[in-house]
Design a protein around this ligand. Structure first.
Ligand code: SAM
Length: 292
């Protein structure tokens, strides 16, 4: 099948032929806008030698566009009803492998080894929105060889990933994503570009993996724990939020001292701190505990 699936008429024809019923619980909103496909493919900076991992190919609309740029596309789809459809819509392509599996249970490192000799891969997807955060964080935290992640997500989530200090969207997700990558929203996409239409706006965000994380820390998990605690109670001062966090074991006095030593006002809020400043605070708190 060589039809442009992104044209709504062609998507509807495939859906009718297979009597496909959308499963809302799998976050199925298929793309029906060729311009958006181009925007995703261009933002992903795919070279002809690259392996692309696509999460959730649906009926193969984006897959075909990616296959035109990449050396190889490995597409992981959970829905068994889509597998025979993909076999049909991708039948003329020799550089696509479809894997029937849950992406959260897939050994992505093994795929990079098998299809890309262990070299860094590019992840591209119109993500199922219900698992955006576990997918994105899992990709970075598991340490799979990765050069970039270019994904369609809910607009609000994209804004949180890209946000800087002092803005309403800034929080633990912004800091964690930016620790590992440079985040840039590359397109805003309205509900009319999908079938069925999602209730909210969407955006394409590109996360270019940093060669080394944005800040140095001996203990990244401890840093993320501190950051989550700081934003756990957003309305409180940083000192109170950290002192009340069950996940941390510093006394209020230790925290207040560290905040002063780091050069902040005692009433500072977590949302004012940059990643570097959180790393510095962690260093002071840890040194204080070791010297106690
Ligand atoms: N790529 C297609 C497109 O853009 O038209 C479909 C995108 S749709 C938003 C999300 C896709 O992810 C669906 O095909 C859905 O079945 C699939 N999916 C949902 N959960 C998944 C999971 N845990 N593992 C793999 N695929 C999943």
């Amino acid at each position: 099948m060589e039809k442009n699936l992104a044209i709504p008429k062609n998507t509807l024809e495939v859906l009718r032929k297979y009597e496909f019923a959308f499963r809302k619980q799998l976050g199925q909103n298929f793309l029906i806008d060729p311009g958006v496909l181009d925007a995703i493919a261009e933002a992903a900076e795919i070279g002809s030698g690259d392996m692309v991992l696509e999460i959730g190919p649906g009926i193969g609309t984006l897959t075909r566009r990616l296959a035109a740029e990449a050396g190889h596309v490995v597409a992981v789809e959970i829905d068994d009803h889509l597998i025979p459809i993909l076999r049909d819509t991708l039948s003329d392509l020799t550089n696509v492998t479809v894997i029937h599996n849950d992406i959260l249970k897939t050994d992505i490192r093994a795929l990079a080894d098998e299809y890309n000799g262990g070299r860094p891969i590019r992840v591209v997807a119109n993500l199922p929105y219900y698992i955006t955060t576990p997918i994105v964080m899992g990709l970075f935290e598991s340490g799979v060889p990765l050069s970039s992640v270019t994904v369609m997500v809910q607009k609000e989530v994209a804004e949180r990933m890209q946000a800087g200090p002092g803005t309403k969207d800034y929080g633990a997700l912004s800091l964690t994503v930016q620790y590992y990558s440079e985040a840039e929203i590359v397109a805003h996409v309205p509900p009319s570009c999908f079938i069925p239409r999602p209730k909210v706006g969407s955006a394409v965000i590109r996360l270019r993996r940093r060669e080394v994380p944005a800040v140095r820390t001996e203990d990244p998990d401890g840093l993320f724990c501190l950051i989550r605690a700081a934003f756990g109670q957003r309305r409180k001062t940083l000192a109170n939020a950290l002192a009340n966090a069950a996940s941390l074991s510093f006394s209020k006095e230790q925290i207040q001292q560290a905040i002063t030593e780091a050069g902040f006002s005692p009433t500072v809020r977590g949302e004012a701190l940059t990643l570097e400043q959180f790393a510095r605070l962690q260093e002071i708190l840890t040194a204080g505990r070791e010297n106690a």
